[in-house]
Design a protein around this ligand. Structure first.
Ligand SMILES: [Zn+2]
Length: 124
């Protein structure tokens, strides 16, 4: 299981990917927040129609939870970018080993190696 650190070139490419994703997520969050707001505003107008009010509030909750999810991803991306700056990107936060390249490919902002992640999920 030879795991070499990412080359500078790979790191740069990864950073660009993360920054692109970050920009996309920021846009998404702005849209979702606007949606949640509009629905909030509309809901007030449906006081005498519980069905509409219900679906408006459902939509608002959906937008809010999507927005929260996107924010969570943003935090992780920011974190990954910070780790790149610090030269710690791709290193497991728990055991200090290199995170498997396949895992980083699938989850560019992973902070734990496969072993530690599994340990965390199974409650150590
Ligand atoms: Zn680890």
């Amino acid at each position: 299981m030879a795991s070499r650190p990412l080359s500078q070139k790979q790191l740069r490419a990864r950073r660009e990917e993360l920054e692109a994703e970050r920009a996309q997520l920021l846009e998404q969050v702005a849209e979702l927040d606007a949606e949640a707001d509009v629905n909030n505003w509309r809901e007030g107008g449906f006081d005498d129609d519980p069905a509409d009010a219900g679906s408006a509030s459902f939509e608002r909750e959906t937008a809010q939870s999507l927005s929260n999810h996107a924010r969570g991803l943003l935090t992780q991306i920011d974190d990954a970018l910070r780790r790149m700056d610090a030269g710690r990107y791709g290193t497991c936060e728990r055991c200090g080993e290199k995170i498997e390249p396949d895992r980083l490919e699938a989850l560019p902002y992973a902070t734990l190696c496969m072993t530690c992640k599994r340990r965390e999920e199974t409650g150590r």
